[in-house]
Design a protein around this ligand. Structure first.
Ligand code: DGL
Length: 266
């Protein structure tokens, strides 16, 4: 009799808070066989208002924790952490590490007329970082791109405030001064902002595309998963283990967030 060893892939997801869950949610739909480990650094969210030095320290601590859980792949489901330390993480750890950056490239590809522009929304720190500036420059899009910090959405999402009047007022105020008809696409360059996709859609003129990097990140994850020789056990449903700044949580803490994401998809 032959016994086959069936192993589940362990995929670590990291974010400052609950934003990265928007990526994990999509990954789980595409690859339900894996064991997912979600690390949210809720003690230190938001990262977008912190110094690079502080973020580096926090990210390395969190990633070491995930590596100690024997993960096969790491997804840094945070644009801010990626822009500050993805290079250093890849230097230190010998496992596939997938980062996230604002999806400027697909947005630029949509530009139809020379006078049209794109608007990149992200955290304060992501917008200041060289990584984003280089990306925009390399795409020759510097004169066609505007930047907008929606930092407060991070706190709203953490408080599970997805659609109150307060949020709506904040978004209206932020977009008020922009000549919205001039944009072809708006990029959501922070994983927390995905919770507000529908609300933002309502504010923007109908023909503006809203673009994010979640699907691209999951495609990259699937590409890495294909390199593993062993098959995952498809008979058991996928699991998510949750840690808040290193403390084990019951997976039901994710429920309100997942529920909202499911509703938004309908
Ligand atoms: N979710 C994160 C991002 O994608 C970070 C938000 C924050 O902590 O400020 O940028």
């Amino acid at each position: 009799m032959t016994t086959s060893i069936i192993e589940r892939r362990r995929i670590g997801f990291f974010d400052s808070g609950m934003g990265g869950l928007t990526v994990l949610h999509l990954a789980q739909q595409a690859y339900p066989e894996a064991e997912y480990i979600y690390y949210a650094d809720v003690d230190n969210v938001p990262y977008g208002k912190k110094s690079k030095k502080t973020i580096k320290k926090l990210v390395f601590k969190a990633v070491q924790f995930l590596v100690d859980q024997d993960i096969d792949i790491l997804v840094v489901a945070c644009n801010t952490a990626t822009s500050v330390c993805i290079k250093k993480l890849r230097q230190r750890y010998d496992l596939p590490i997938i980062g996230m950056e604002p999806a400027v490239k697909p947005a630029v590809q949509l530009l139809k007329r020379p006078q049209h522009r794109i608007l990149v929304c992200a955290t304060r720190l992501t917008l200041k970082e060289k990584k984003l500036k280089d990306l925009i420059t390399n795409l020759e899009a510097s004169d066609k791109t505007d930047l907008l910090s929606l930092q407060k959405l991070v706190a709203f999402a953490e408080a599970q405030d997805f659609d109150s009047k307060k949020v709506s007022k904040y978004l209206h105020k932020k977009f008020k001064d922009k000549d919205l008809r001039g944009y072809t696409a708006v990029v959501l360059g922070c994983t927390h902002f995905i919770y507000y996709r529908e609300l933002i859609k309502e504010i923007l003129p109908k023909d503006i595309e809203i673009i994010d990097g979640n699907a691209g990140t999951v495609a990259r994850l699937l590409f890495f998963l294909e390199q593993f020789p062993q098959a995952d056990d498809q008979s058991r449903p996928s699991k998510i283990k949750v840690y808040f700044s290193g403390r084990k949580q019951k997976s039901k803490v994710l429920k309100p967030f997942l529920k909202f994401l499911n509703q938004q998809e309908r």
